[in-house]
Ligand binder design. Sequence first.
Ligand code: MG
Length: 391
Amino acid sequence: MAVRWIMHVDMDAFYASVEQRDNPALKGRPVIVGGLSDRGVVATASYEARKFGIHSAMSMRQARRLCPNGVFLPVRMSHYRRISHQIRLILSHYSPFIEPLALDEAFLDISGMELHYSHVTDIAKAAKKDIYKTTGLIASAGIGPNKFLAKLASDLRKPDGLVWIPYGTEQAMLAPLSVSRLWGVGNVTEQALRRAGFKTIGDIASAGPDALRPVVGNQAGRIYDLSLGKDKRPLEISRRPQSVGNEHTYDHDLLTPAEAEEQLRILANEVSWRLRQNHLMGRTITLKVRFASFQTITRSLTWEGVGTCAEEQLYFAARRLYQKRGRNEPIRLLGLTVSQLQRYQVQGDLFSDDDDTKAKVTEAIDTLQKRFGRNALMKGFLWELSHEKEK
Ligand SMILES: [Mg+2]
């Protein structure tokens, strides 16, 4: 029986590295990519910026305070997506079994592939080199007997890391590490474990599942298995998105329905575009509204039949849901999500009114936006929409 080997590949400081690659003047400088308003958050910080204590999910306000001379850049998502796609293509040469986790990381099942190399780590070396040659970007890789260990390994020697965890060494390697390294152990569980005296993974392994149960309940078995380096999760190869959505936190609260409706148009445009890129449509549409008071509500509706990816339908549904928000406070955040997705094959399925011209226009816009960027046509298109409504 072939030995199971899982490889995890994770790009180092992905968005920031892309910006440094595209503009060599930024190399060696602290680069912070994220929402640039005071209310934004850091998406990625370059390693130079991390030395100032900046990390992802930190508020942009705090990042600016920690590093006033940093280079602060907006997120160029469609650009990163394109590069992510390039990387995915490279990885597909190393294994057909790939589970993408995010734009910048993926699991590969490389079991049996090591027979083509003198050593299993040569696969990671080759993939890292390929990625660098093609994209100019650096990846870290981890190889281990399962997903948990592969992901842990890729993180151990970042940046430009390559760590292999051979069979039989799992427990010794894990023992001194903090319990926070266990997959699925977040802040709350970590604190609970620490309070109960479990500080390292070794503490858990030597205590056994029964001692864990009072602390973590029915997670005890899973956490104990992980502490021994056991993880049976399969790769989710044909992982489809469960939902497609976008949300925006606004620099200034939205005060009037007209302002909110304008933002709903933009959200509908973005979500519709992403659905079409993935040949998806969905039946359930959910609107999220966060008021200035930070109170957050969601409203959804579900269509009969196959659902939609059409911008107008999404916009009108979003507006209907917005009218059900139940209060007239200023709005801080709007989010639009489409779920209950299914893939469509034929262009003709796209629009229920069978309007072929409209489908062709949409297709043309997608092509142009792919070539010239998302904003190339959006304004005109949105204008056309509002114009149509007035008729
Ligand atoms: Mg990464």
